[in-house]
Design a protein around this ligand. Structure first.
Ligand code: ZN
Length: 133
C-alpha cells in the first residue's frame, strides 16, 4: 500500500462539477474518460502529487447513481496506489477485509483496480489501484 493515488467524488453533473473544481483547484481538468465496467464518466484533476477523480454515472442503475440517490453527492472513495495488486488483495483478504471484486478489473487511467467492502473499513470505500505495464 503506497500513497493515496486519488480521491473519488460522486457528482450528478460533470458539466457543472468540472468548472467548479477547476475554479476550486485553480487548475483545469486534464482528462475525461468513460469507464464501461463502472458505468461512469470520470474527470481528473491533478495538484502536485494529488489527483481528484470526479465520477458521473452513465446509467441510472449504475453504482454512482445509486450512491447519489442514497447519500447524495460527495466523497465516494479513496484510492491507494499499490505495487502488486494481487499480493495486496491476498494480504487484505487474509486480514479479514472483503473484496468487492475477486479479480482486478480495468479502471480509469489504465489502472487495474479492486474495491474493498466499506462495511469493514468504517464506511469508507477503498480502492486499490496498480499501474498497468
Ligand atoms: Zn477511483
Amino acid at each position: 500500500m503506497n500513497k493515496i493515488e486519488h480521491i473519488g467524488i460522486a457528482v450528478k453533473d460533470l458539466s457543472v462539477a468540472i468548472p467548479l473544481f477547476g475554479k476550486l483547484l485553480n487548475t483545469p481538468c486534464y482528462k475525461t474518460e468513460q469507464v464501461e465496467s463502472e458505468k461512469v464518466t470520470t474527470a481528473f484533476f491533478k495538484k502536485a502529487d494529488t489527483k481528484i477523480e470526479l465520477l458521473e454515472s452513465t446509467d441510472p442503475e449504475g453504482v454512482i447513481a445509486k450512491f447519489i440517490s442514497r447519500r447524495g453527492e460527495g466523497l465516494h472513495h479513496i484510492a491507494f496506489d499499490v505495487e502488486d495488486i494481487y499480493a495486496e488483495m491476498k494480504r487484505l483478504q487474509d486480514e479479514g477485509f472483503v473484496l468487492l471484486n475477486e479479480i482486478p478489473k480495468k479502471g480509469a487511467d489504465n489502472k487495474l483496480v479492486c474495491f474493498l467492502h466499506p462495511r469493514e473499513t468504517n464506511g469508507v470505500l477503498i480502492e486499490l489501484c496498480m499501474e498497468q505495464q
